[in-house]
Ligand binder design. Sequence first.
Ligand code: C2E
Ligand code: MG
Ligand code: MG
Length: 471
Amino acid sequence: MFGYQVVLLLLSLFTCAITFVCISFWRKLKRIENKDQKKTEHTGKKPKLESKIDPLTGLLCEQEFDEAVAAVLELRESKNLYILHIDIDNFSFYRSVHGKEAADTALKYVAFGIQDFFDGRILACRNASDHFYVFAEGELSKAFETILQWYDVLMRLIAVHAITMHFGIYTVKDPLIPVSEMRSYAKVATRSVKENYGNLIGVYNEDLFIQQQTRMELASNFETSLKDRRFVVMYQPKYDACSERIAGAEALVRWRQEDGSLTSPADFIPVLEHTGLIPKLDFYVFEEVCKTMSNFFGKNIQVVPISVNFSRINLYNPGFCNKLKNIAGQYGIPHKSLEIELTESAFFENEKILTDIAKRLRKDDFRVSIDDFGRGYSSLNLIKEESFDVIKIDQSFLQGENEGTAKMILKTIFTLTRELRLETVAEGVENRTQLEFLRNSGCDLIQGFFFSKPVSNVEFENMLTVQSMAS
Ligand code: C2E
Ligand code: MG
Ligand code: MG
């Protein structure tokens, strides 16, 4: 009983301390805003600020920051010094939704937070947009702690603005390299964790830089590769769990390099998504699939539905559905033979827009599937909305630990999907034990190395031909 009271007391003390920090921070910010306003009222114009200073935030500009950091590095040993890069997530989107004034206020909060929290023992700057750099001292583990504490206080203050951030650290190894280069290393470190909600801080290392360079090269080679038809579409058959016959396939792209090697999509799809180039590739794959199917129809081969992956960026394009219809129409492919795979993470971002598009695709008779179901934030709403024909169960259910729990979840999913008349596909099936469990639990289709790896269109055509002859 006594222990419980002590915990309560400690909790109240902690809440008071946090509130105090927040209030004093907020008051200081208000004082600065008022001072600026008074100056403006008095002179009738905006306060004249030194060109070295970013007029919005009062932090240094990039060039002055670089000079100041270089000067410090000349004077002292570079041990335990680091450059921190702070990036506000989706800031241009934030600005377009909340307007310039709210965006500027958010930037001021961040800048003031930096000055206040790090207490003048640092140098900090903002570039033209939402990128901040801080030059500070401390061991890496301590830096992590400081950043997270700072972020926590800042988030409590500006929760109303709903912004989130990611951070990158470059620890100064060679004080002689230009400071602008050190900043870009810190930025590379941020990028390495940018899409990752579980990891807020990236730390720069050589591998990251090489990875980044390769990615930039990939993006710059993309257009030529597309023109030279160096993207190869492979087909991974899906088998009926009971009859073990091919009942569908998924189109999976690979990138043929100059030396003939094939690069896996995991190595280039994220880059193309990041650079906004992915829709071009997705439609290229879709058209290749239509060509392949039209060839099958021409040869009287029994055609099975083929699914194509579409990245979420496509779904913000108002012409998306019409473009699919035009291409399918050009090759005379019935829509019900084409399946559009949308990943589950796409729904997490904006469930409403995406379920609307999925419904529209279904209205036009395309089949629509949720890919990688169960990998991320699965929402039962997705199923309730009746926007889909197929649920593709993520392969992690078959590969992870806690096999017993995973099996129980799978069985429940199959019972639910059967009631709702949704087709189920299990991905990543690698052995007969998995196949038998899935079949007995009511899974409809099986995709995985146990039956077949992704194969070329010629091999796929042979597989379908052999199957037709055997029946
Ligand atoms: P996905 O759509 O979930 O595709 C399934 C991935 O699992 C494929 O990897 C496939 O080769 C792999 N796989 C299939 N059976 C097994 C198995 O038994 N064991 C294991 N360990 N893996 C198996 P892949 O081809 O490397 O594709 C990776 C991801 O790249 C795809 O995941 C998809 O999200 C994306 N992707 C592929 N092609 C395209 C495309 O044309 N457009 C877009 N936007 N994304 C694509
Ligand atoms: Mg897929
Ligand atoms: Mg998948």
